[in-house]
Design a protein around this ligand. Sequence first.
Ligand code: DX5
Ligand code: ZN
Length: 213
Amino acid sequence: MIKISVSVLSKNDDETIRKLNEVEFDYFHIDVMDGKFVKEINFPLSRIEQINKIANKPLDVHLMVDDIDFYIDNLSSFNIEYLTIHYEVFNGNIELLKKIKKKGIKCGLSVKPITDIKETFNLLDNIDLILIMSVEPGYGGQEFMPSSLEKIRILKGEIKRRNLKTIISVDGGINKENAKLCLDSGADMLVTGSYVVMSENYQVAIDSLKFNN
Ligand code: DX5
Ligand code: ZN
């Protein structure tokens, strides 16, 4: 069954988190931005700590930051299922991936729309999740880029061929129209932000991604 990770980038007040606690999905997706890797600054450690206290599901943390080490050190005590760093920042430093795993957290690698997915193939053995960005990182509410579907297909082919367990997550502009295309291309997890948190009924919106296929 497809996993759903709800991004609270567009709406992250306590009331929204509590409302989401009442709804069935898998992870809270937290988009950490440092004003360097992306222009925006979001989710200071103090806010992530609060969300970690309130949320009744594990966190799926997406680090859009330059100083990966700092965040691994400061987030590792939280209830995090996946800690994902950007391929474009980590500079081939496999130690960072190992460091995440040593903390007992599953590690993910995220790729920007411009990055050739084949560049990540030699890293697939070291990661639990690969996050395909289907928008430019930085903002919620952008439009899904259809070019990400081909990336998912190529990646899925490689993962199957090598019989790996790495799961594919897709992040950005997900809605009920493109969810099926992502699943058919080989996605195992969908990150969904504004489509859910701006909707009237969170559960209906989430279920439309899973069952409206
Ligand atoms: C963009 C973020 C996404 C985004 C998803 O930088 O990584 O997680 O918040 O939100 P929507 O679904 O609104 O694109
Ligand atoms: Zn994200």
